[in-house]
Design a protein around this ligand. Structure first.
Ligand SMILES: N[C@@H](CCC(=O)N[C@@H](CS)C(=O)NCC(=O)O)C(=O)O
Length: 329
């Protein structure tokens, strides 16, 4: 664990927390957008036109935020257009590394660098802040387009449609106003809620995270009783954003992050929904439970000092989900 200060790596920084022992996620630094013609997007600067073979993703298979971008790359048929490198699951005093000593870790095939921080330094020799994944990299301008997953998935949703001909839309205009508050609640209390619970260093910070987390899981369980997907009969980005937390929940968040009031398998609708999304064409290829379990249990030595990787649970994501009847509802 560490961060960059004026381009220099400082290790030993604990996860950001405030005086109450509550986990604070730092804000993201690169907010440019790939657009069909290179016009500027909602933030940042322009000049990042959608082109084949120009962009590259740096991800961790363990990271739920990076996982979103891998899912969208798959769903939108971008695999031949956008190359990927995968970091080693252990994130220790050097942060994310390109060590290839874990199956599936690719190293940095663009520059042969040893550490993820080197990519941030290549983009800006005086870089400051956390070295996070995912990173969407422009091979032409040799810089970071974006390191904000919620925006990368929106670029992938539409920017390359003219090249791929894949017009599947996971952020349809007429549902955007409904998607936003659902995304917000899920982000605050579920996606980030598990981290707030897991990294809390006081009982009150833990309680403040875990109650809203399970309130939201109850709310989602009820919502998914009558709806096949969060927005009804159409799958949207809101579902994929939720999925990356649900698929990790019973393996890491339930035990390692002490989110143990219930498991996802205890919620009939949420568990069936998780299985359906896992079984969506191509999606299971993006789920690497070995990276997930290893990363969390091995990297967070303040939470799990002996770095024992637990053996279970055994989850059958391939079991029939039985949610087809909701389509016609
Ligand atoms: N806002 C970012 C968050 C990404 C993020 O926090 N990634 C974690 C891995 S799960 C990371 O790289 N953490 C390293 C650090 O904070 O130093 C996004 O959604 O893209």
């Amino acid at each position: 664990m560490g961060r960059l200060v004026d381009g220099e790596w400082k290790s030993g920084w604990e996860y950001g927390k405030d005086a109450d022992g509550a986990f604070k996620r730092t804000t993201t630094a690169y907010r440019n957008w790939i657009t069909p013609d290179g016009a500027p997007g909602p933030s940042g600067e322009g000049g990042f036109a959608a082109e084949a073979a120009r962009y590259h993703l740096y991800v961790s298979y363990a990271c739920p935020w990076a996982h979103r971008t891998l899912i969208f790359r798959k769903l939108k048929g971008l695999e031949d257009l956008i190359t990927v490198n995968v970091v080693h699951p252990d994130m220790l005093e050097d942060g994310w590394t390109f060590d290839t000593g874990f199956a599936g870790s690719t190293g940095d095939t663009l520059y042969g660098k040893p550490f993820m921080r080197d990519i941030y330094i290549k983009a800006d020799s005086g870089a400051n802040g956390h070295v996070t994944v995912p990173v969407l990299w422009d091979k032409q301008r040799e810089t970071i387009v974006s390191n904000e997953s919620s925006e990368i998935i929106r670029m992938f949703n539409s920017a390359f449609d003219g090249i791929t001909g894949n017009t599947d839309d996971y952020w349809p205009e007429h549902l955007r106003d409904d998607i936003e508050p659902v995304n917000q609640r899920i982000y605050d209390t579920v996606n980030n809620g598990v981290y707030k619970a897991g990294f809390a260093t006081t009982q009150s910070a833990y309680d403040a995270a875990v109650d809203p987390l399970f309130d939201s899981l109850d709310w989602l369980e009820e919502r998914l009783a009558g709806k096949r997907y969060l927005m009804g009969d159409r799958i949207t980005e809101a579902d994929w954003r939720l999925f990356t937390t649900l698929v990790r929940f019973d393996t890491v968040y339930h035990g390692h992050f002490k989110c143990n009031r219930a498991r996802i398998v205890d919620y009939p609708n949420l568990w069936a929904y998780t299985r359906e999304l896992f079984q969506w064409p191509g999606v299971s290829d993006t789920v690497f439970m070995d990276h997930i379990s290893r990363h969390y249990h091995y990297s967070h030595d303040t939470v799990n000092p002996h770095r024992i990787i637990p053996t279970g649970p055994r989850l059958d994501f391939g079991a029939p989900h039985g949610r087809g009847h909701l389509a016609a509802a």
